[in-house]
Design a protein around this ligand. Structure first.
Ligand code: NAD
Length: 263
């Protein structure tokens, strides 16, 4: 069994997705990188910059433009991916958005709620459904195969932020989706994990950088530094390495110790 392992990573063009792609490529995976932003001319940022880096590592990178929220397109999308790479061993549901504007829960709009839920939660639920069907069929034909699905949720799955309640709700729901898929797929030897990043330095957190710089310096994060995309990437690579195969459904926090209750 020497087939190259292939990982599909959503939101692969920058930030945490980029960090995950690079670590999985270093581990020997070929990558299908999916993102809603797609600019083949731009090799300094986005999917085509990531493609260049992956190719430098000697792996294949297939850039795909898709919106994870467009659930009606998922079936055709998966078929296109399989036509291109043959099979998928790993799915990482990373694509996600913050609310466009942080509004107090007493002011949150239905539009923002629906947008965040559609991308972060509903999109990942149904994309996973399609990929899982493919993985189940593959597992039936090949009892040796190890397949993995990883959900990138957030500490916001359990930490309250009243200025972005719809985001917290989307991640709490995604956490239960991860658990349910872990339960459903366990007998098929498809392991499902949840990773909860804390405060990670990306464009998503750039708008609140000064606030978090100060809070981190004051000790909010026990490890006293920002998380980096590669911190999350290494955690994903660890989980799909085969070293945690009796731990499906596990939740791994990548937050510098923010999970430790403190006085
Ligand atoms: N940055 C943090 O501190 C942090 C903390 C916890 C969890 N997360 C989660 O990690 C994931 C990645 O966050 P990030 O900080 O790298 O954000 P980011 O904004 O830097 O990158 C997100 C990527 O996802 C893509 N994307 C957005 N909507 C999409 C859609 N509908 N379909 C396909 N691709 C889409 C974007 O184009 C972008 O390339 C998100 O799910 C986020 O909620 C981030």
């Amino acid at each position: 069994m020497s087939e190259t392992r292939v990982a599909l990573v959503t939101g692969a063009g920058q930030g945490i997705g980029r960090g995950i792609v690079l670590e999985l490529a270093r581990q020997g995976h070929d990558i299908v990188g999916l993102d809603v932003v797609f600019d083949p001319q731009n090799h300094t940022k986005g999917l085509f910059e990531v493609k260049d880096r992956v190719e430098e590592l000697g792996r294949k990178f297939v850039p795909i433009q898709a919106d994870v929220a467009a659930v009606d397109t998922h079936e055709a999308l998966l078929q296109r991916i399989l036509d291109e790479v043959g099979h998928l061993d790993v799915l990482v549901n990373n694509a996600g958005v913050a609310p466009k504007v942080r509004l107090d829960i007493l002011e949150t709009t239905p539009e923002s709620y629906d947008r965040v839920m559609a991308i972060n939660t509903r999109g990942a639920f149904f994309l996973t459904q399609k990929v899982a069907r493919h993985m189940v069929a593959r597992a039936e034909q090949n009892p040796e195969i190890r397949q993995y699905i990883v959900f990138i949720t957030s500490i916001s799955a359990y930490v309250s932020s009243p200025s972005r309640a719809e985001y917290c709700a989307s991640k709490a729901a995604l956490s239960m989706i991860a658990r349910t898929y872990a339960d459903r797929l366990a007998a098929h030897r498809i392991n499902v994990y949840e990773i909860r990043p804390g405060i990670i330095q990306t464009d998503m957190t750039a708008v609140v950088k000064e606030k978090y710089d100060k809070l981190i310096a004051e000790g909010l994060v026990p490890q006293r530094r920002w998380g980096l995309p590669e911190d999350v990437g290494k955690a994903v690579a660890g989980l799909v390495s085969g070293q945690f195969d009796y731990s499906t459904g596990a939740i791994l926090e990548v937050s510098g110790g923010m999970n430790i209750p403190r006085l």
